[in-house]
Ligand binder design. Structure first.
Ligand code: RVP
Length: 500
């Protein structure tokens, strides 16, 4: 006979934290959000930790190199999506690793024989007002000049003028040679009152730009997550099919951590993949696995050698796995059970395997709840997809800006394989949807707000660190009626957007 769980499974919105005693030292600025990313032995330091408990989802519409740089700058990690050709994913890893904080490869470039109209189109499409003029129109061509909005006057020009006629030519530009330090670049910017300083190779090719605003941003990010060579830390998603080719390519490109990405991870496919990694690289390559939703799934993956275990089936905002296949579990219940299994495993073996709560974070406080319930960090898709740095287009829908967001199990995401690998495997059914999410601006501003809420709630619980929150948190299930009471009620709210 089938096994029936005695209790229904619950999700985050059904829980609240009960405040605990906080002393005068318990203020948000004293809270540390540092958390382990991969497993470690009792009494030892984790080989890889994060400064904030957030990772971005292994999804086409969420995690590319731009997102990875923006999130590592805040102290978290992106897992670059694996649903793309191996070489392309490895190149994304390389771009993150090559990125020198403050030195930005130029993505708005034009040839001198193009026109003002082309400049305006480029500006509209990419939103950058500094455009490099290079001989071949690429970001690494020979630098011939720059165009900024100070170089043209749309109202007095026809649009057909050639770029070479109105650009600021090379001989009038201030540039700096490759190898210039960020500090020196910044001094040049200040001395000459520049907005952007082109960095140029010995052969006169454009290497990157240093922007005034980026330098300030760099200084503002004490949490940034760097490897031993001061490069940003980056993760990458892998599957259980082509791992023998994909993993070596990602490792060679410099990926710091991998994650087997699957909606259901309690499988021999995953243990085989983990065994292959351990056989080839020992413990040197870090790889998480998942997803699971119970103790058995956790133990299976921990024993198979996973560096962290990811939890969650069907709770993702774009996920229809529960509707399509009838599998899954309320995310809170899943995290609570798996975190207990993690503690039990730690007691038994002395090995701490971090747990990641994946999907279903809707409101910022859900992150605090997930941490209190025992996870070490959260993976978010929808949340990050709304920001400037996500790979998708910003579009105007019904008068409001939206970003596109689609599930990895949607037809849209899966098509890459059918097209790019030349296969003709039929999509039997989809497990995800293609949708819009409201555009929310820069990642930095949003993450700052979200984490200030997390820190503040932690102080309400008397906790200055995530482990302390896990020890001290008192959680209560709430009735359906009190959930209604939790939002604004019995009033007419003026502006929904400013009240969250
Ligand atoms: P959310 O943050 O709620 O948007 O959820 C993101 C998570 O949803 C991902 O990390 C992944 O586990 C899951 N996902 C991604 N694609 C799909 C799907 O198409 N069903 N689900």
């Amino acid at each position: 006979m089938a096994y029936y769980y005695p209790e229904p499974s619950h999700t985050f919105s059904e829980y609240l934290l009960i405040p605990g005693y906080s002393d005068a030292e318990c203020i948000p600025s004293n809270v540390s959000l540092r958390t382990p990313l991969v497993k470690y032995r009792r009494g030892e330091e984790p080989p890889l930790s994060m400064n904030i408990p957030l990772v971005s989802a292994v999804m086409q519409s969420v995690s590319d190199d731009r997102m990875a740089i923006a999130l590592a700058r805040e102290g978290g990690v992106s897992f670059l999506y694996g649903s793309q050709p191996i070489g392309q994913q490895a190149e994304m890893v390389r771009r993150v690793k090559r990125y020198k904080a403050g030195f930005v490869p130029s993505d708005s470039n034009i040839r001198p024989d193009q026109t003002l109209r082309d400049i305006l189109n480029l500006k509209e499409r990419l939103g950058h007002s500094t455009i490099a003029v290079t001989d071949d129109g690429t970001g690494t061509g020979k630098l011939l000049g720059l165009v900024t909005s100070r170089d043209y006057r749309v109202s007095r020009m026809s649009g057909e003028e050639r770029v070479s006629e109105f650009m600021t030519p090379m001989e009038k530009l201030i540039t700096a040679p490759e190898g210039t330090s960020l500090k020196d670049a910044n001094d040049i910017i200040w001395d000459h009152k520049l907005n952007a300083l082109p960095i140029v190779t010995g052969e006169g090719r454009l290497s990157s730009f240093v922007f005034r605003k980026d330098y300030d941003q760099h200084k503002e990010n004490p949490n940034e997550l760097l490897d031993s060579q001061k490069r940003y830390v980056v993760g990458a998603g892998v599957g259980t099919r082509d791992y023998e080719e994909r993993i070596p390519a990602l490792v060679e490109a410099g990926a710091d951590v991998l994650c087997i990405d699957s909606s259901e991870g309690f499988t021999q496919w995953q243990s085989r993949t983990l065994a292959w990694v351990r056989g080839r690289y020992g413990d040197e390559v870090k790889i998480g696995a998942g997803n699971v939703v119970d103790r058995d799934g956790f133990r299976f993956l921990a024993e198979a050698g996973a560096d962290f275990v990811k939890v969650g089936i069907g709770g993702g905002s774009i996920c229809i796995t529960r509707e399509t296949k009838g599998i899954g579990r309320g995310q809170a219940t899943a995290v609570i059970e798996v975190a207990r299994a993690r503690d039990e495993y730690f007691e038994e073996t002395g090995i701490y395997v971090p747990v990641c709560s994946d999907g279903g974070i809707v409101l910022d406080y859900h992150i605090t709840l997930a941490l209190a319930m025992g996870c070490d960090f959260c993976m978010l898709g929808r949340y990050f997809s709304r920001f400037d740095e996500s790979p998708t287009d910003k579009v105007l829908v019904g008068g409001s800006y939206m970003k596109e967001y689609w599930g990895e199990g949607s037809a849209r995401a899966r098509n890459w394989q059918r097209y790019d690998l030349g296969g003709d495997r039929k999509l039997s059914f989809v497990e995800g949807v293609d949708c819009y999410v409201p555009y929310a601006g820069p990642l930095h501003d949003n993450v700052t707000t979200t984490l200030s809420k997390v820190r503040s709630t932690m102080c309400n619980c008397g906790a200055l660190s995530i482990p302390e929150l896990q020890r001290k948190a008192k959680l209560t299930l709430v009735s359906a009626t009190s959930i209604v009471e939790g939002g604004a009620h019995d009033v007419i709210v003026k502006d929904q957007n400013t009240n969250r």
